[in-house]
Design a protein around this ligand. Structure first.
Ligand code: NFS
Length: 664
């Protein structure tokens, strides 16, 4: 690869990535000498190993590592393992790693929920209605039970599902009936949350499961234990405890940092930490401390999915997505970064050491060299939150040379499944019927989910270009995770962006007053997409299973193992899922064929691979059209094909649109 193409080197030879705000910070003298991932990816002289990239490097025992070439006998593993076995094992371990992250997150939420129900934390049970609905769904009769008793019962049952050994997880029963039967027939209905990951690790140990299809079928079960298990538990209990999101206005991008306030960025994933910091930031004691140092207050801003959690529920701003985590610090304007788990680059530690910035780790699962560790758990939530904020406030007078770019963008977020119900159907007849009707009558062609990370190896805003092309073709777009933050930076999360939609979609958006791209939350909240898809099936008119509705998904800039687990639970749920810019099994044609084709025979959903926004759009729209045709909805619809000039024109047709200049 020609490395010079990886970056627009900007004005001073300084790397920038995916956003003008990043470039401005990294090109400013306040970040001189600071090394970020953007620099590291540019400076790496060795290209990614093809065996590793294609999934055919095996290091599961000490006879290797063995690099395998499919079809070449002399290039099997020392044990005789072929490329298909090795690629399947590696893929399965990626799924297990990703699922485990969501499972530990879900467990943390469930334990905090139970402690809250027992009155042992500063949180409360905010959404009583959702508590009762959830109780019913998991087989608990709410009857006349008090909120406290019911919450304890729900909490205990949810916590128990992590260690459950037999039967199936409760939320599996939310899926369309034919899907449940299919999972049962395939033997992939998950029995317990933790059990499926442990079994995945066991099966992929040296000398155990050595049939690639059999390995991949358990990967499907493991992923389902994530999506319909741990992630759904995390989302539903977080909603009950912290409030179910409703549409809310806020801002995203590095410009949300404030000159006259103590900037505290909270980075990671678990909402319990961020909620406590948000509660503590308004505490009179903290307000008084701020005054003492001449600050107007604490400006709490999110990074990565923690940002999505507090944006959805509290309207707090997001300072940056995954690729911006070090750049946010390189402004020199952050007093403290508080982290818990997942997607936190070790690089944040050396970057923060260039400034007065304190880096605090808080989870007993995660320490980082150079950071100060302050253990946080729900029982001592407020004490720890206040302690952290006081330490951050004490740093405010030490803020030196700094630079806050002007870039920030208005967004509307908070589209939970419940909210979409109300927005479309109205509070008194909440329903997905208007959505289904508009898909049937063709105003809306279909629905596409764009999820997942952003990635230093993808220089273009593929998410954004793809979303523009989809909405211009009347496809309603749902987003989560760091993809959602990217959409926010580009102005696609504001109702004004409806101007970029095709005529049919625009008509619907004008009637309901929402953006063409709906922010549904963090990556754990992809479970909301499963529920929304199921709701579309139950509402009727679009087939009897998720594999029939004109809904597709993609992760064009995936980076984390979690994204693969998410992709697999969507595929196993009947969705067509496109990943890019690479797929981790391409070293084995057999395994890749199984994922891209045979899974479709089994689940009615499959994987695919694309690189450019245009390729993604073509594949996704083709699939939507094919599903529409199978439903007998209409003939092939006209297609708006994009070229670069059209993209530019669309980007500039709306004031303030686009991440580059003017995006503030
Ligand atoms: Ni999802 Fe969220 Fe972002 Fe990717 Fe990481 S923060 S859980 S994994 S990088 S979207």
């Amino acid at each position: 690869m020609d490395t010079s193409k990886r970056f627009d080197k900007g004005n001073g030879g300084c790397p920038g990535i995916q956003c003008e705000a990043n470039r401005e910070v990294l090109c400013n003298s306040c970040s001189e000498g600071v090394i970020t991932a953007a620099h590291r990816v540019q400076d790496r002289s060795i290209e990614p190993c093809l065996f590793g990239k294609g999934g055919t490097c095996c290091r599961n025992c000490n006879m290797g590592p063995c690099q395998i070439i499919e079809g070449v006998d002399s290039m099997k593993g020392v044990c005789g393992a072929d490329a298909a076995t090795v690629a399947a094992r590696n893929f399965a371990r990626i799924v297990a790693g990703g699922a485990a992250a969501h499972m530990d997150h879900g467990r943390g939420v469930a334990l905090a929920f139970l402690a809250t129900a027992k009155g042992e934390t500063p949180y409360e049970i905010k959404d009583g209605m959702k508590l009762r609905e959830t109780a019913l769904r998991i087989g608990i009769d709410p009857g006349e039970k008090s909120k406290t008793d019911l919450a304890i019962e729900v909490g205990e049952k949810m916590v128990a599902e992590f260690g459950q050994q037999e039967g199936v997880l409760s939320f599996i029963k939310r899926a369309p009936a034919p899907r449940q039967e299919l999972w049962e027939k395939q033997g992939v209905a998950p029995r317990g949350v933790d059990r499926e990951v442990v079994e995945m690790m066991h099966r992929t140990h040296m000398g155990v499961d050595q049939h690639y299809e059999h390995i991949l079928q358990h990967a499907a079960r493991c992923a389902l234990a994530d999506g319909w298990g741990a992630s759904m538990i995390a989302t539903e209990l977080s909603d009950i405890m912290f409030g179910t999101p409703v549409p809310i206005r806020s801002k995203v991008n590095i410009g949300v940092l404030k000159e006259k306030e103590v900037n505290v960025t909270v980075h990671g994933h678990e909402p319990v930490l961020a909620e406590a910091l948000a509660m503590a930031a308004n505490d009179p004691e903290i307000v008084a401390e701020c005054k003492k140092v001449g600050a107007k207050g604490v400006n709490l801003a999110g990074v990565c999915c923690t940002g999505n959690e507090i944006l959805m529920r509290r309207g707090l701003p997001i300072a940056g997505s995954f690729v911006q985590q070090e750049v946010v610090l390189a402004t020199g304007a952050v007093e403290a970064m508080v982290v818990d788990v997942q997607c936190i680059m070790q690089g944040v530690s050396p970057v923060s050491s260039n400034y007065h910035t304190s880096l605090f780790t808080t989870s007993d699962k995660a320490k980082i060299t150079g950071a100060t560790h302050i253990p946080f758990e729900e029982h001592n939530a407020m004490d720890v939150a206040k302690d952290i904020l006081k330490r951050a406030i004490a740093k405010f007078p030490e803020r030196g040379k700094h630079f806050i770019p002007v870039h920030e963008m208005d967004v509307v977020a908070g589209f939970s499944h419940e909210t979409i119900n109300y927005i479309l159907g109205g509070r008194f007849r909440a329903s997905y019927k208007p959505l289904n009707d508009n898909i049937v009558n063709g105003r809306i062609r279909g629905v596409a989910a764009i999820v997942g990370c952003d990635n230093f190896r993808v220089m273009d805003e593929v998410h954004v270009e793809l979303a523009k092309e989809l909405i211009a073709n009347n496809v309603l777009v749902l987003v989560t995770g760091c993809a959602a933050t990217g959409m926010g930076r580009a102005g696609l999360l504001s109702p004004e962006a409806k101007e970029m939609a095709g005529d049919g979609l625009k008509e619907v958006l004008e009637a309901v007053g929402c953006p063409p791209v709906l922010h549904m939350g963090s990556c754990v909240d992809n479970s909301r997409l499963l529920i929304a898809a199921t709701e579309m099936v139950h509402t009727g008119g679009l087939g009897s299973d998720i594999s029939e509705i004109p809904v597709v998904g993609c992760a064009p800039q995936w980076m984390s193992e979690k994204a693969v687990s998410i992709g697999q639970y969507f595929v196993s749920s009947g969705a067509y899922v496109v990943f890019g810019p690479s797929f981790p099994t391409t070293g084995s044609k057999k395994v890749t064929d199984f994922c891209f084709n045979e899974m479709n025979e089994i689940y009615g959903g499959s994987w695919d691979l694309a690189v450019t926004a245009n390729e993604f759009a073509n594949k996704m729209i083709d699939k939507i059209d094919a599903r529409r045709q199978a439903l007998g909805l209409d003939k092939k619809k006209e297609r708006v094909l994009f070229d670069m000039a059209m993209r530019r024109e669309l980007g500039s047709s709306i004031p303030g649109m686009g991440c580059s200049p003017g995006g503030h």
